[in-house]
Write a protein that binds this ligand. Structure first.
Ligand code: DSN
Length: 421
């Protein structure tokens, strides 16, 4: 593990903040569904001298000299990503998930074209066409939703009707707060009827697909997959675009650079290569399956105790609690209460939420990070118990402080990768 001696000498303020963050991560429980802990090897790449290099272009075709080692790492990242996701082409340069989606839109669409994506309030993502994004000034977005929020089933009949009327150029699968599997084959059939591209933004579930715990949209004929690399995939903060066919991949390459971005962040590309190498190992498949086992177990623990979950369960790594129906509390208050006992999650809109986005009815939680720490079914019950005790004793400050101490003691048994014990 790095000692951070140089940082301590050079900048005590940042050093102290870093030490504080390490303690926070070690002593607390991370239930934010989009977060994870990377391995020490991935961390080493991110803090490496690849930071010092400009590498505009792609392996073998760069605009600057001195690329003998950057070419090796980028090519390895590409090759490993292609194997991992059974892709024809991989672009590993997008700096994050939003630029990956922008690269994909700009490569496939002309201004004014239509995209059909999941409604944000039913689990979709800002970059899938929320009115606050600049994307909505360039493209038209139409939505699909769940037919039944008790099961999470998507309204595929309505999706087809809207697709026939609106003729979208892209039908977009993917979400940031939806606990169920999508029927990619149905979406592909609708897209074929209207001549649309099929794109899956699998940012949340990339690690579950890589670990073969969830279905790969390419197996149902999807054209493009976009993703972040730092959620369930457990790599560095960054993005990636994959295509089933090589030809479409070339369009993505042109759009990412020079169309949209400048030089790739090569230390992150190196870290992506390492993370993809880790995800290709058999133990990653065990990890991916355990994420889902843990999520289902925690969901059942809650439901057995009259906690209302949106769609009444989960098929993936995340769940949404309807805090108003469960405890007559808004999501924001529950987020703050759990913060006080060292359990971190986020307030979240639930489907057909009667409350505003900044003060919604739900919280979202997920199991990727705690599963990396080695927690299993028994620990899901311990954590569920901590959270329900906090709800019950919320007006008793001493009881909440005592619970916080219990959480810290519990966390000591589960070291965080990359942080010395
Ligand atoms: N911020 C991510 C999440 O938490 O789901 C999505 O971009």
């Amino acid at each position: 593990m790095p000692t951070y001696d140089a940082l301590k000498t050079a900048d005590a303020d940042i050093y102290n903040a870093l030490m504080g963050e390490m303690t926070r991560q070690t002593e607390g429980v991370e239930l934010i569904a989009s977060e994870n802990y990377v391995s020490p090897a991935v961390l080493e790449c991110m803090g490496s001298v690849f930071n010092n290099k400009y590498s505009e272009g792609y392996p073998g075709k760069r605009y600057y000299g001195g690329q003998e080692y950057t070419d090796i790492v980028e090519q390895l990242a590409i090759d490993r990503a292609k194997i991992l996701f059974n892709a024809g082409h991989a672009n590993v340069q997008p700096h994050a998930g939003a630029p990956a989606n922008m690269g994909m839109y700009f490569a496939l669409l002309e201004p004014g074209d239509t995209v059909m994506g999941m409604d944000l309030s039913h689990g979709g993502h800002l970059t899938h066409g929320h009115p606050v994004t600049y994307l909505t000034k360039i493209f038209k977005f139409v939505r699909y939703k769940m037919k039944d929020i008790e099961t999470g089933e998507i309204d595929y009949d309505e999706m087809r009707k809207v697709a026939l009327a609106e003729k979208p150029k892209i039908i977009l699968a993917g979400f940031s707060a939806y606990p169920r599997e999508l029927d990619y084959a149905k979406m592909k059939a609708i897209a074929d009827e209207v001549g649309a591209y099929t794109v899956a933004d699998m940012a949340h579930i990339a690690g579950l697909i890589a670990g073969k715990a969830l279905r790969n949209p390419f197996d149902d004929g999807f054209d493009v997959i976009t993703t972040t690399t730092h959620k369930t995939l457990r790599g560095p903060r960054g993005g990636m675009i994959l295509t089933r066919e090589e030809a479409l991949g070339k369009k993505m390459d042109k759009m990412v650079f020079p169309g949209l971005q400048g030089g790739p962040i090569m230390q992150m590309v190196a870290a992506k290569a390492v993370a993809f190498g880790e995800a290709l190992k058999p133990e990653f498949q065990v990890y991916a399956r355990q994420i889902i086992t843990n999520a289902k177990h925690l969901a059942q623990y809650f439901m057995d105790r009259n906690v209302k979950l949106v769609t009444n369960g989960t098929d993936n790594h995340l769940m949404l609690i309807d805090c108003v129906k469960s405890w007559n509390l808004p999501g924001g208050e529950v987020e703050k209460l759990f913060d006080r006992i060292g359990i971190t999650l986020n307030k979240n809109m639930i489907a057909n939420d009667a409350r505003p986005p900044m003060d919604p009815s739900g919280v979202r939680l997920g199991t990727p990070a705690i599963t990396t720490r080695g927690m299993k079914e028994a620990e899901m019950e311990t954590l569920g118990g901590f959270m329900l005790s906090a709800i019950e004793k919320r007006s008793d400050d001493a009881a909440i402080s005592a619970l916080h101490e219990e959480v810290k003691t519990f966390c000591k048994k589960f070291p965080v990768p990359g942080i010395a014990k």
